[in-house]
Design a protein around this ligand. Sequence first.
Ligand SMILES: [Cu+2]
Length: 298
Amino acid sequence: MHQEIRAPRGKTLGLHLWGRRSVSPTRRTTRRSLARRRVPRAAALALLLATATACANDVPEAKWSRGLLPDHVTEQGGVVQSLWNGAWIAALATGAVVIVLILWASIFHRKRRAKADLPPQVRYNLPIEILYTVIPLVMVSVFFFFTARDSETLTKVSGDAPVKVKVEAFQWSWRFTTTYKGKTIEPVAGVPVSDYNQGPQLVLPKKTKVEFDLSTDDVIHSFWVPEFLFKRDVIPGIPEDNPGRKFEITTLDKTGTFAGRCAELCGVDHSRMLFSVKLVDQTEFEQYIATHQAGSAQ
Ligand SMILES: [Cu+2]
């Protein structure tokens, strides 16, 4: 909205919404009935959301102490958690400073009736203008530095991971092919399901580096395990040697089964593109590899 209204006494005000007394009665009624219609709609939406989340069994526990992120199971997840915490601390500190400045200005710098209409004007005040420019620049640079540093760590692929997983996404499930010490096991492929426990399961050892290679032949998908605190788009047509297809994780000393999903709307059964990642200890993993080794079909 762009309007310029001339206030009485000839002063120009940029925006003067509070002074609008000329809203027509019809307009006011329309607004009121709009609000009346919106309230039940919002209530219905809230109810729908509440029931939808209540049904899902794969939503990880989010604690305030972790800034509502799930408990991570990879070293890289720790990097994300620290960046997340740091960003919140910086944002809250900035917010606190701004709120204090607003309160200070509104309490101690109110218009006094006895004084002149305009307070001292600070246009062309070079030191203040430099301050306005330098402080945000420093803030953005700090955010940029930590984000760039952590992105670099998270996307680094050393190539020496003992476990390599080829992830093929398709409409609407996944095929996982695991290679360990030169042995490739039979691919695990799934179909669309409503419970992640029924989807394809990827078994991985704890405390181990794992390399993922993501590919698809149809549309864009996104490989996401919330407990990794990481997701990566799976884009068709990317050549095999492109580093954008790969990422590495190092699993922590934690076992358990974690839900995974597609995080890119990819068609009608996108929401049923569920899978699970099971972290086991080394001996159980070796056993799994031995019993699931691919035969001549490799
Ligand atoms: Cu998908």
